[in-house]
Structures are given as structure tokens and as C-alpha cells.
Design a protein around this ligand. Structure first.
Ligand SMILES: NC(=O)c1ccc[n+]([C@@H]2O[C@H](COP(=O)([O-])OP(=O)(O)OC[C@H]3O[C@@H](n4cnc5c(N)ncnc54)[C@H](O)[C@@H]3O)[C@@H](O)[C@H]2O)c1
Length: 304
């Protein structure tokens, strides 16, 4: 018996890459799956029918799946997607907000259209699908649901040339923390994945540097390595885990720090003078460095 038997899972952007692997794995674990994908290009232009191929693959392996080609960047698309799950399978338990695009360019050249397209698919896309699902959970008192969101080190650490994408991905981490609070009452967990995988989104970055991606690398670093923690977070075993960020890929699974005050000074009366700040800011920076060093030491890889 699979870990997701009788569950209904909706996975956005599941026509290829990480989403496809999540759809295939969740179906193998017994979930009924809605494969959503607009089927466009990496920059968000165009459309295609790739979701149907993944549905066919799942069915050929004995699983249950239906496709949906709505754009999750629109409120109506998110609503139609959740409706697809309810119409096809009579309920919904798991939402994986995975769909994504890229429009990499530095701030000097970033057009409004580059900003809007990326923010719409990533950050607004999370809202467009999560709101109808949250309403469904509340209206039907559906317990044990799961939302799994997709962030990135681009936003959590920062990455050159990705102000739009990084802003969206950092926003998704904040969005997830709030949703985790709002849905806790219904037993719905909300967690975030920061993945690393060789897909059509990342392979060109390597190729642009003149590096060829070999099959052995795809075996070690392909999107299939991101799917397991996502499926695990959707399972009953993950009931007590919410508002966390897991970093995963290339055989690694890791938990990330959340923003927290590391050290603080409090002035009992009056406003800080700039001269006083000359004294305390270096101490804050020192505390920050010690904290980062300790986190890096604690986060050293354990081979198993
Ligand atoms: N690959 C990585 O290393 C990496 C790193 C960090 C974050 N991520 C994130 O992981 C997620 C999956 O990335 P991937 O590498 O598999 O990319 P991918 O390009 O292979 O897959 C993304 C899918 O989303 C679909 N999509 C795009 N816009 C859509 C829309 N409006 N509606 C419906 N579907 C839409 C695309 O058609 C595509 O099939 C993305 O959110 C991405 O930002 C990936």
C-alpha cells in the first residue's frame, strides 16, 4: 500500500522537470493526480499539451491521473485547476505549487514585462491556487491536507541577474509561513522546498558556460531527486511538520534556517545616536558571523 493511497494531489507545472517527477512518484504512492501544465517555454511564452503525456505515463503504470492546462498565474486558472480535481476525483488533499518560469536579466535592463511575468507565475501563482484550495478545506472541513510550495536559493540567498525571480521566491517563503499559521486550525501543513536539479531551467546555464551535461550527471542531479521529500511531506508521517523550508537535490535533503533575531541591544530611554550605533553594529555583525559559522558547522553533510 502506497503512502498516499486515496489522496488527491494537484501538481502545478507537472508536464516536465521537477513537477513531472513529483506527479509520477505521488501516483506510484497511490495518489490520484491532477497534472497541470500550460506547456510553454522557459520564459513563459507559448503553450503546449505536455500534461497529457504525463497523464498517459501515469495511467500506463496503472495509476489515476487527469490533465489540466490552465495558467496558474491567473485567479480563474487556479480556480479551474482546483475544480478539475474536485470534478474528477471528488475531493482534494495535496497542492504542490511548483510551476515556474525564468526571465533572467539584471535590474538595469529588466523591463516591467519581465518583472510582471515572473512575479505572476511564481508568487501570484501560489496565491491563485492556494486560495481556492484553502477555501475548499475550510468549507468542507477537510482535514490532513498539505500545501507544498517551491522557493529557491535565488531568493533565500540571492542570485545575480534574478531580482524578479529572487523576489518572487523569497516572497513564497513568507507566503508559506503565513499560510501555515492560517491553515493550522484545519490540520493543513504548509512547507516550502528549495530544490536544486538539472532541468530545462538550469541545464542552459551550464551549457552557456560551455559545459556539457552528461547522462551520469542527470542520474545524480536530475529532478527525480527532488520528488521524494515532496511526497514525504505530503504523507501522514509529516503531519507535525509545518512552516519549514527543506533544501533538496543531488541526493541531499536538508533543513534551512528561518529568519530570527540573533543578538540585540535595547536602549532603555531615548533614541539611538549614530555614535552609539558605531559601537553596537560591529557587535551585531560579529554575532551574525558567529551564528553563520555555527550553522555552517552544524549543517555539514552527513553521508549515509
Ligand atoms: N531546477 C532547479 O534547480 C530549481 C532551483 C530552484 C527552484 N526551482 C523551482 O522549481 C520549480 C520547478 O522547476 P523546474 O526546474 O522543474 O522547471 P521546468 O521549466 O522544467 O518546469 C516548470 C514547468 O512549469 C510550467 N509552467 C510555467 N508557467 C506556468 C503556468 N503559468 N501555468 C502552468 N504551468 C506553468 C512549465 O510549462 C514547465 O513545464 C520552479 O518553481 C522553479 O522555480 C528549480
Amino acid at each position: 500500500m502506497g503512502r498516499l493511497e486515496d489522496k488527491v494531489a494537484v501538481i502545478t507545472g507537472a508536464g516536465r522537470g521537477i513537477g513531472r517527477e513529483i506527479a509520477l512518484l505521488m501516483a506510484r504512492e497511490g495518489a490520484k493526480v491532477v497534472v497541470n501544465d500550460l506547456g510553454g517555454n522557459t520564459d513563459g511564452t507559448g503553450t503546449g499539451k505536455i500534461a497529457d503525456d504525463v497523464v498517459a505515463e501515469i495511467r500506463a503504470a496503472g495509476g489515476e491521473a487527469v490533465s489540466n492546462t490552465n495558467s496558474i498565474a491567473e485567479v480563474s486558472g487556479g480556480e479551474a485547476l482546483i475544480k478539475t480535481a474536485l470534478d474528477a476525483f471528488g475531493g482534494m488533499d495535496i497542492l504542490v505549487n511548483n510551476a515556474g518560469i525564468l526571465r533572467d536579466v539584471t535590474i538595469f535592463k529588466m523591463e516591467e514585462s519581465d518583472w510582471d511575468a515572473v512575479l505572476n507565475v511564481h508568487l501570484k501563482g501560489h496565491y491563485c491556487c492556494s486560495r481556492p484550495f484553502a477555501r475548499y478545506i475550510r468549507e468542507n472541513n477537510r482535514t490532513g491536507c498539505r500545501i507544498i510550495n517551491f522557493s529557491s536559493v535565488s531568493g533565500l540567498y540571492g542570485n545575480f541577474g534574478q531580482a524578479n525571480y529572487g523576489a518572487a521566491k523569497a516572497g513564497i517563503a513568507g507566503f508559506s509561513r503565513v499560510l501555515a499559521l492560517e491553515l493550522a486550525k484545519y490540520g493543513c501543513t504548509v512547507n516550502t522546498i528549495s530544490p536544486g536539479a538539472l532541468t530545462r531551467m538550469t541545464i542552459p546555464l551550464r551549457e552557456n558556460r560551455g559545459e556539457k551535461v552528461e547522462q551520469s550527471e542527470l542520474d545524480q542531479g536530475g529532478p527525480q531527486h527532488v520528488a521524494p521529500i515532496c511526497a514525504w511531506l505530503a504523507s501522514a508521517e509529516a503531519a507535525g511538520i509545518t512552516s519549514e523550508i527543506f533544501h533538496t537535490g543531488r541526493g541531499s535533503v536538508a533543513i534551512m534556517q528561518q529568519p530570527k533575531v540573533i543578538k540585540q541591544f535595547h536602549k532603555k530611554s531615548g533614541v539611538w545616536s549614530l555614535d552609539e550605533l558605531d559601537g553596537v553594529v560591529p557587535q551585531l555583525m560579529e554575532a551574525k558571523k558567529a551564528n553563520v559559522d555555527a550553522a555552517e558547522k552544524a549543517g555539514a553533510t552527513i553521508e549515509i
